[in-house]
Design a protein around this ligand. Structure first.
Ligand code: ZN
Length: 140
């Protein structure tokens, strides 16, 4: 019998480089931004929340999905950029509750906390984000 030393690995800790305090701060930042965008839609809709509005659209015409998508874009009163931001915020919140938050989707490096504080929905480090924007710019 040989004494075998195994290194204790902890994948959960490796998945997120952020401290619980930092995560809590970023979560409240994400929620605040989602609320702000939701609030803008609510104003546009005389008080209906996004969820209520989505439900209303579903009930109005459950068969016509493409019409619904169009309605959504027109009715919500948000610009494309805001819609994308809301999407990104929701996804970031899901990652924060799951795993992978704070890691670059491009190179896998840890996204610095300072960057996340400015842009909590960021899915990439600055280098990967610039590279992506550069490629998108070329495709235009
Ligand atoms: Zn990266």
């Amino acid at each position: 019998m040989t004494a075998h030393m195994t290194a204790t690995s902890s994948p959960a800790a490796a998945a997120s480089p952020l401290t619980p305090g930092q995560r809590a701060l970023l979560e409240s930042e994400l929620l605040a931004r989602i609320r702000e965008l939701d609030g803008r839609m609510a104003m546009h809709h005389g008080g209906a929340t996004r969820a209520e509005h989505a439900q209303e659209l579903l009930e109005r015409d459950a068969d016509d999905a493409s019409q619904q998508a169009m309605d959504r874009e027109v009715d919500l009163g948000l610009s494309d950029l805001e819609m994308r931001e809301l999407d990104a915020l929701g996804q970031a919140l899901a990652r924060l509750h799951g795993s992978g938050y704070g890691r670059c989707a491009g190179c896998g490096c840890e996204i610095p906390f300072d960057r996340l504080r400015v842009e909590p929905q960021a899915a990439r480090c600055v280098a990967c984000e610039s590279a992506l924007e550069y490629r998108q710019e070329l495709l235009k």
